[in-house]
Write a protein that binds this ligand. Sequence first.
Ligand SMILES: NC(=O)c1ccc[n+]([C@@H]2O[C@H](COP(=O)([O-])OP(=O)(O)OC[C@H]3O[C@@H](n4cnc5c(N)ncnc54)[C@H](OP(=O)(O)O)[C@@H]3O)[C@@H](O)[C@H]2O)c1
Length: 256
Amino acid sequence: MYHPALFKGMNVVVTGGGRGIGLEVARQFLDCGARVAVHMGRSIAADRPEILDLAVAEGRAFLAAADFLAAQGVESFADVVRSRFDGLDVLVNNAGTMVGRFAAESLSDEDYRTVVQLNQTSVVEMTRAMLPLLRKGTHPAIVNTVSISARTGGSAGSSIYSATKAFVATYSKALARELAADGIRVNCVSPGTIATDFHERYSSREKLEATRRTIPLGRLGTAEDCAPAYLFLAAHALSGYITGQVLEVNGGQLIC
Ligand SMILES: NC(=O)c1ccc[n+]([C@@H]2O[C@H](COP(=O)([O-])OP(=O)(O)OC[C@H]3O[C@@H](n4cnc5c(N)ncnc54)[C@H](OP(=O)(O)O)[C@@H]3O)[C@@H](O)[C@H]2O)c1
């Protein structure tokens, strides 16, 4: 764990912070002293860990739900953040998911639009909405979640999802150049195959076991494996000279 005061007094936004990788990222920022705006997708009322409710009760976090597929969904969450924070030090764009596995021939217009809106357009919208607050932050940083599939093309049926992650990786590199003059760093974390609800929905047990066998470190990743990479890229003291990069967290699944 990093120093418990690493993000003391800093304002952090984590999208998709209600479960999986985002939840662990939010938890670790809280453990390092940050005030965290935790975006939940559509599951704010569902079972959620006590840690979030405790942090809310202590005034260290607030939770807000927004469906990023709904009209004005991103803007409604951005409004809540603006009403609570005067400035923003760290934006983590993490909300996203595969939605489904779609063969190229049978992909419907609606499925295509859904995957792109959630994984690609919402990142652009959220970033645009938060830039005025980030400009008021201290050594501000954006950390975006991409995926190993951005580089490999992903597995069967994930072509559009994988392409949206490649979009976000390239968008982040372009933003890193554009925003450097404002002192805002932009980087990505690229998880490999991480054991979260994501694969409960989209991958069979057999497929996961076959993947596991290809991973040099011999196991699937966990949210706990991923979260420190976000904090590293967000912390000026640790990565102040790193921008426009993608940090792969995959147990050696992709080495090139
Ligand atoms: N697990 C992996 O192997 C893996 C690998 C590479 C990249 N990733 C990426 O890592 C990120 C987190 O994934 P995860 O593994 O933690 O999976 P997850 O448990 O499926 O989490 C997905 C997150 O996105 C949110 N989300 C989904 N639909 C949404 C919507 N319509 N509006 C707003 N938020 C929505 C979810 O919130 P609700 O549930 O509250 O709706 C949840 O917080 C995603 O960007 C994913 O693409 C995962």
